[in-house]
Design a binder for this molecule. Structure first.
Ligand SMILES: NC(=O)c1ccc[n+]([C@@H]2O[C@H](COP(=O)([O-])OP(=O)(O)OC[C@H]3O[C@@H](n4cnc5c(N)ncnc54)[C@H](OP(=O)(O)O)[C@@H]3O)[C@@H](O)[C@H]2O)c1
Length: 218
């Protein structure tokens, strides 16, 4: 599959800010197999993920996903990380080798010492008191010019984005495996008001399926 040829089908709409989520799941809805997300993917899906980053003004990830990923997603113009604990190595490559200082999205409950460390290495946004208010954070990112937003999870952050009514689009790769087990679903959080989505496209790549859904109009 020529991913470059597919990219025009992923153009962001004129209406911004617009948040696209990009996730992969097994046929039975799990986002990992034996603790590994990459076990579900393959080269085509990986290439698509990298190219989607290039279309976005900002790539947003939850802290757990960032810690697992380990390095700066080099295709991203800007990385935004959601975290309360701020448990990061601010002298590590994620921050020191970033092409642009990452945005750290946190809340008033963040430890004061780590907040000061974060401010030396990142653009810090404090949105909310005990917990980051995701709607406020995404609106503020938009106000700062990061209007084409791409969230790569994880499911805990995505569930809050949906709860805030901010999940404008979901790109979901269906991986041709069945796993059962206790892996999280694509969104991991309390139930939200049912949000209807409409299918923009379904692209087959060998046994994988790239689904692109957007919020239903009206
Ligand atoms: N299949 C896929 O496409 C896919 C995509 C992404 C990730 N994953 C997998 O999903 C797993 C991680 O996902 P996850 O859902 O457990 O975690 P996550 O969403 O990546 O990160 C959760 C963390 O984000 C911070 N956070 C979330 N909501 C917050 C709020 N309201 N206020 C302040 N901080 C907040 C907290 O960080 P602190 O702990 O720092 O406070 C929290 O522990 C990984 O194993 C990863 O491999 C799969």
């Amino acid at each position: 599959m020529d991913v470059s040829a597919m990219l025009e089908q992923y153009a962001y709409p004129e209406t911004t800010p617009w948040l696209r989520a990009n996730m992969i799941a097994s046929l039975d809805g799990g986002i990992q197999y034996q603790g590994s997300t990459s076990a579900l993917g393959y080269a085509g899906d990986w290439a698509l993920m990298q190219r989607l980053r290039t279309l976005a003004d900002v790539v947003i990830m939850g802290a757990t996903t960032v810690r697992e990923y380990g390095s700066y997603p080099k295709e991203a113009r800007k990385l935004a990380i959601v975290s309360r604990s701020l448990r990061f190595d601010f002298d590590g490559p994620l921050f020191t080798e970033a092409p642009a200082p990452p945005v750290v999205i946190t809340c008033g409950a963040a430890p004061a010492g780590r907040l000061r460390e974060a401010e030396k290495r990142a653009e810090v946004m404090v949105c909310g008191t005990d917990s980051t208010d995701m709607g406020m954070a995404l609106r503020q990112l938009g106000d700062r010019g990061y209007k084409r937003q791409l969230c790569e999870g994880g499911p805990v952050v995505l569930a809050q984005i949906a709860a805030a009514g901010w999940l404008h689009e979901l790109c979901l790769t269906l991986s041709p495996v069945i796993t059962a087990g206790d892996a999280a679903r694509v969104l991991d959080g309390p139930a939200v008001d049912m949000q209807r989505m409409e299918l923009c496209h379904a692209i087959q790549d060998e046994n994988y399926l790239y689904l692109r859904y957007r919020m239903a109009q009206g």
